[in-house]
Design a protein around this ligand. Structure first.
Ligand code: DAH
Length: 338
């Protein structure tokens, strides 16, 4: 009997299962009800009384030892289970999608950067405006059609509070808040009550520029805008100023750049004219200066305003304005490296 116990003890000590499954079969083989160790307890009945104490102690120790051994092995095998997972360390990592700048942000930043270089400072202001800043102080006559419900989103029934229809309102805010010399650039969102289509949207973006100082002339404006056009569209770009009308500038002009796509030969984008209209501009109307308490006899200034979508469409050859607002990643991804 003692020999049998010692043999089993040796066996228990040399347990070396490869995994949890093998360990479990060892447990069943030795410790289950009909296992090798449990069976010893049955044989114990036949042990002569004088040996009972010694044999009993040995069997108990064996059982304890086997249980301990199995517990230790169990811990080791489950603790090391991660190490057994097949890992291919040379496998490339999982790719995750990188965001990219929106094309409108890219163009806005480019415009800001160009004008920053010649001293224009970014000033932003509110999108919810009052009539005075969006229209009145900008010299819009009382019955100007732009004030019409068809163009403007009014917020209050008295039509005093509205969503700004252009960033020219920031000109007024800026001139009220500071004294000349003023050289400001105001990018931002504007709203108009238009049906959404490939060429128009109820929401779009503009950049407004303003320079007010003593002795500012139309020639200064032309030079500044020419610099901008060449920086934005390339050294060979030419500009053309056409007479126009805006209530807040006198004289007013519309600026065209030579068509960069066809080199002025005429194409579908420039409608076979060789020129692309990109902004409105002009000398700040003396009435506007008066409205913000700047003496028009002492100071003069120029202002300009352009649509960011329009510039982006020309630069990237985008034909539908709605693309900017749909957030389709197939569209946006194309600007990832720009
Ligand atoms: N506010 C004009 C618009 O929304 C653009 C504009 C034209 C701005 C002439 C100006 C300017 O500052 O001088 O169409």
């Amino acid at each position: 009997m003692i020999e049998k116990i010692n043999k089993l003890l040796e066996e228990v000590e040399s347990f070396a299962p490869a995994d949890i499954k093998e360990l479990e079969s060892l447990r069943i083989e030795y410790l289950s009800k009909k296992g090798k160790i449990s069976v010893l307890f049955n044989d114990f009945r036949n042990v002569p009384p004088e040996q009972k104490k010694e044999v009993g102690e040995k069997i108990n120790k064996l059982k304890q030892k086997a249980a301990e051994k199995i517990n230790i092995l169990k811990e080791q095998l489950s603790g090391s289970s991660d190490e057994n997972i097949d890992i291919d360390l040379s496998r490339p990592g999982a790719k995750f999608d990188m965001g990219s700048r929106h094309p409108l942000s890219i163009i806005r930043n480019e415009i800001i950067e160009i004008f920053n270089r010649i001293g224009f400072i970014v000033t932003e202001d509110r999108e919810i405006e009052d009539d005075a800043h969006n229209f009145g102080k900008l010299n819009f006559p009382e019955n100007h059609p732009a004030r019409d419900m068809q163009d403007t989103f009014f917020i209050t029934p008295d039509m005093n509070i509205l969503l700004r229809t252009h960033t020219s309102s920031v000109q007024i805010r800026e001139m009220e808040a500071s004294k000349p010399p003023i050289r400001s650039l105001s990018p931002g969102r504007v709203y108009r009550n238009e049906a959404i289509c490939a060429r128009a949207h109820c929401l779009f973006h503009q950049v407004e520029g303003l320079y007010v100082d003593t002795g500012v002339s139309f020639a200064d404006m032309k030079q500044t805008l020419m610099f901008f056009a060449k920086e934005m569209f390339g050294e060979k770009t030419e500009i053309r100023l056409r007479p126009s009308f805006f209530p807040f500038t006198e004289p007013s002009a519309e600026m065209d750049v030579s068509c960069t796509l066809c080199g002025c030969k005429g194409c579908a984008v420039c409608k076979h004219t060789g020129w692309l209209e990109i902004m409105g501009c002009g000398m700040v109307d003396p009435n506007v200066l008066k409205a913000v308490n700047i003496d028009p006899k002492k100071y003069s200034g120029y202002a300009f305003g352009m649509g960011i979508e329009r510039i982006a469409m020309l630069k990237y050859g985008i034909k539908d304005l709605r693309m900017f607002f749909e957030n389709d990643v197939r569209f946006l991804n194309q600007f990832a490296k720009i």
